[in-house]
Design a protein around this ligand. Structure first.
Ligand SMILES: Nc1ncnc2c1ncn2[C@@H]1O[C@H](COP(=O)(O)OP(=O)(O)OP(=O)(O)O)[C@@H](O)[C@H]1O
Ligand SMILES: [Mg+2]
Length: 275
């Protein structure tokens, strides 16, 4: 189980209010897609779920327990870029998380624990479709392969919650579709609750069980610092997708079902792309 509850969460940086009054319950095993204009606080929201930032007001709990004030192994994260370490091989990157928890001081694994970690990492590398690339460096991989690696790196710790910040935004459409299939399989086959930020409505409706949007109701220049973004839309996907179960309504689970009257541009960013 991994139910996340946000109760009246606010985030302010100095005088600037970024997010206001966010109250939200994310069910265990949900796949929440988060959309909204650039600068509305999506990454900030993920950082709070990760424990990298604390809310300035309100509380966030995971299974009833206040979130730790720092990232823990129960939460994994994949960013759009720079998630993997360029000086480590594919295998080294996936092993990295394990190594740090295995021995905090030396950051190295020995003997039987090393062998089992290597085996586990190789299996995960195969699971994400990178078998045969274990000894390559990130620079020798395509963008899609690097994101598969970043997923494997996040998943080796068996997190309960996987946070994705536009992880597929830089990929071209064909590679994106392939990684969507992988992402869905991982979500169905593991115990993950996923929160994914995306700029792409089609992606949101292809992968999500629920799509939420942040928007600033007051966005004039003089209002921008004094009013934050609110949770403005909350849409459950129909027909419902349930982790681990094929949908009886839509056997092809990759088909996005867009709500009537909602277009790609409706919730898309208005201020250019992510830097
Ligand atoms: N560490 C920080 N210190 C001060 N202000 C910050 C900090 N991090 C973010 N902000 C501000 O918070 C606001 C929201 O930023 P955030 O990165 O969460 O937006 P976003 O929705 O992820 O945007 P994008 O779609 O462009 O990635 C911005 O105005 C940003 O300048
Ligand atoms: Mg962002």
């Amino acid at each position: 189980m991994s139910t996340i509850v946000l109760d009246n969460v606010w985030k302010e940086y100095g005088d600037q209010i970024v997010l206001e009054k966010v109250s939200l319950t994310i069910a265990s095993r949900a796949f929440v897609a988060l959309v909204g204009p650039s600068g509305c606080g999506k990454t900030t929201f993920l950082k709070m779920l990760l424990g990298e930032e604390a809310p300035t007001r309100g509380t966030i709990t995971l299974d009833g327990i206040p979130l730790m004030a720092e990232p823990g192994p129960d939460r994994g994260v994949v960013f759009q870029r720079y998630s993997v370490f360029p000086h480590l091989t594919v295998l080294g990157n996936v092993l990295l998380g394990k190594a740090f928890t295995g021995s905090k001081i030396a950051a190295r694994l020995f003997g039987a624990s090393k062998r089992s970690a290597v085996e586990e990492a190789r299996q995960l590398i195969a699971d994400v479709g990178l078998a045969g690339s274990e000894d390559k460096y990130p620079a020798q991989l395509s963008g899609g392969m690097q994101q598969r690696l970043a997923l494997a790196q996040a998943l080796i710790m068996k997190p309960k919650v996987l946070l994705l910040d536009e992880p597929f935004g830089a990929l071209d459409p064909g590679i994106r579709a392939e990684i969507h299939v992988l992402m869905k399989r991982l979500w169905h086959e593991t115990e993950l609750t996923v929160v994914m930020v995306t700029h792409d409505m089609r992606e949101a409706f292809t992968l999500g069980t629920r799509v939420i949007a942040f928007e600033r109701p007051r966005d004039r220049p003089e209002e921008r610092e004094r009013y934050g973004a609110l949770l403005s839309r909350d849409i459950d996907i129909w027909p419902p997708r349930i982790a681990g179960e094929p949908s009886i309504f839509a056997p092809d689970r990759d088909d996005p079902v867009m709500p009537l009257g909602l277009a790609q541009d409706d919730l898309a960013p208005t201020q250019g792309d992510n830097p």
